[in-house]
Design a protein around this ligand. Structure first.
Ligand SMILES: [Zn+2]
Length: 131
């Protein structure tokens, strides 16, 4: 539905398990490749790109959400218009990362006491965009 509405999809993810030594960055790549394969198998267009922060909070990196850095980098790389984009996530830090990059943050699944729009499911959010 998002792609039919003209959106490109990107995945922006904190993977602190890499920085903490729980699993390798290669394991994250394998999972992302599987996600892409699953999307194609279901006749869905795959994600256009993935942005990964592999650092632990102790690394004090500049990319870890709620920093907007990973999103800003995608905006630059793909010439995305932030005012016509959304950062959708289930955690407050996802929506905040969007806001920090100048993109509208949207929350799904978990309600928070925040000013961000909230939808119970991703599908509900997609329907809201069709109106
Ligand atoms: Zn990072």
């Amino acid at each position: 539905m998002f792609q039919n509405l003209g959106f490109d999809l990107f995945l922006v993810t904190n993977q602190s398990g890499v920085g903490r030594g729980y699993f390798s960055l290669e394991a994250v790549y394998v999972i992302h490749k599987q996600i892409q394969n699953d999307m194609r198998e279901q006749k869905l267009a795959p994600f256009k790109d993935f942005a990964i922060c592999p650092h632990s909070p102790d690394d004090k990196c500049e990319c870890r959400k709620p920093s907007g850095k990973m999103i800003q980098d995608l905006i630059e790389k793909y010439h995305i218009s932030p005012e016509h984009s959304y950062m959708v996530g289930d955690k407050l830090l996802d929506a905040e990362a969007g806001k920090n990059a100048g993109v509208q943050g949207v929350l799904v699944r978990h309600a928070h006491n925040s000013d961000f729009p909230f939808f119970k499911t991703l599908l509900d959010f997609a329907h809201s965009l069709k109106k």
